[in-house]
Design a protein around this ligand. Structure first.
Ligand SMILES: Cc1cc2nc3c(=O)[nH]c(=O)nc-3n(C[C@H](O)[C@H](O)[C@H](O)COP(=O)(O)O)c2cc1C
Length: 409
């Protein structure tokens, strides 16, 4: 059941989180399988003469959101609504919130956000809209609100808000992650450790297409001197970083840059009748002999892992091994789709070994090789042969694995 949580994050300023815990969603953006669910975080700040709402929630949960909002404030008292990013998981409830507010609040966002909101919800939501530019400051309720654009993190409309006197960063999607963490903030290390892999999965699936902008935009915020001093980083999904806020942006930088975990080799393959599988047994044996720690995802007639999970593993891999069978003169469809998404969203400089099996004419290995050589990945070798691997094939596979491992050292 979808739940809502409201908690006070601090007393000075008086700041609350309204978190909708969505455990009913299956495919985020109708694409990414997330059985772990997701949260949509909005924040409410009560100041001397102002009440500021930072983002809202998904349209489906507008009534639940309003119910929780009313526990904190009469919606008509909201003076400002800051829209960091118009994707409807954050803006969907805005029309209902504005209706409950009698359109009294000023809505604040970038020029792009204004356009998108009008396109999504009509003219009413933008009739009291204030366009802000990069670096612009506004005095609200005695505090200085600085708006900083972070374009393509992950839409053109995206910005963050920095409340200068309190050193608070409201970062919306930047700093977010999948899953429904047990805690609201980062006070429990075990919760954080369980949560971080969901952050990596979120980064690659949602922001991955623009991953160079992750590093670029975080650098921009660091150069402004606001990250090192931040008291809290408050994202639109997942954990609110109230204790060690820098940690989440450091994690984002590592994922954005594809910093590998020592010895982790990501192995992905399909096998219809076990021929690719036999090759991968040899590959895995050689990898383990060389002290590597393979993480394996396989598509067979019994299992089909989520591509979103595979994507989340790419940034921290030292190297990747892709095994595929030739299927109707093409790469097997499962691997074709997985590879398409990896190249689009997790295109890193990492060594790749390709392993192929075919019946009457090898195509998959060569096609993968063409795609890999055109990407940022480094092509180490392609070992492709017919049916069941021979002793000669086995020797070639072991040699190729050794070459791959040397590449990582
Ligand atoms: C639906 C299907 C389509 C296939 N298409 C081709 C093909 O176009 N060219 C080819 O050489 N082999 C083709 N094969 C044969 C497989 O590539 C070959 O048997 C390979 O060893 C399969 O490995 P696997 O059982 O691990 O998937 C096809 C097999 C199937 C079941």
């Amino acid at each position: 059941m979808v739940n809502a949580r409201v908690e006070r994050l601090c007393t000075d300023p008086e700041l609350y989180i309204i978190r909708i815990d969505d455990d009913e969603i299956k495919y985020f953006e109708a694409a990414w399988y997330i059985p772990e669910g997701i949260t949509y975080n909005a924040y409410l700040m009560k100041l001397k003469d102002a009440v500021v709402l930072f983002d809202t929630t998904k349209a489906d949960y507008a009534n639940l959101f309003l119910e929780k909002l009313r526990e904190l404030v009469n919606p008509e008292e909201i003076t400002h609504i800051i829209v960091h990013h118009t994707e409807p998981d954050h803006s969907g409830a805005l029309p209902k919130v504005l209706e409950a507010n009698n359109y009294k609040a000023q809505v604040i966002g970038t020029a792009f956000a204004r356009n998108l909101l009008e396109g999504f919800y009509g003219k009413d939501v933008v009739k009291n809209f204030k366009v802000v530019k990069d670096g612009e400051e506004m005095s609200i309720g005695g505090k200085t609100f600085r708006f900083i654009t972070v374009p393509w993190l992950h839409w053109p409309d995206t910005m963050i808000t920095y409340v200068v006197e309190d050193r608070l960063i409201f970062s919306c999607d930047a700093g977010g992650g999948y899953s429904i963490p047990e805690t609201i903030d980062d006070s429990d290390e075990e919760v954080v450790q369980r949560y971080l892999p969901h952050v990596a999965k979120y980064i690659v699936t949602v922001i991955g297409h623009y991953h160079k902008y992750i590093v670029q935009n975080i650098k921009k915020l660091k150069n402004l001197g606001i990250v090192d001093n931040a008291r809290m980083i408050l994202p639109g999904h997942g954990i609110a970083w109230c204790h060690n806020p820098r940690r989440i942006f450091e994690f984002y930088e590592r994922v954005g840059a594809g910093v590998p975990e020592k010895d982790k080799v990501l192995v992905i393959y399909d096998s219809m009748y076990g021929f690719v599988e036999r090759r991968m047994e040899i590959v895995l044996d050689e990898l383990r002999k060389l002290g590597k720690k393979p993480v394996v995802y396989r598509f067979t007639d019994r299992e089909a892992p989520a591509v979103s999970d595979i994507l989340g593993e790419v940034p921290s891999a030292e190297a990747i091994i892709i095994g595929a069978s030739t299927f109707e003169a093409e790469i097997h469809p499962r691997i074709r789709y997985t590879l398409f998404e990896i190249l689009d969203k997790a295109n890193y400089e990492k060594p790749v070994l390709i392993v192929g099996a075919f019946g009457w004419g090898g195509v998959a290995g060569r096609k993968i090789e063409t795609l890999i050589t055109r990407s940022k990945f480094d092509h180490v070798a392609t070992v492709e042969s017919k049916g069941m691997p021979t002793e000669e094939d086995e020797a070639k596979l072991r040699e190729a694995v050794r070459k791959l491992v040397e590449w990582t050292s």
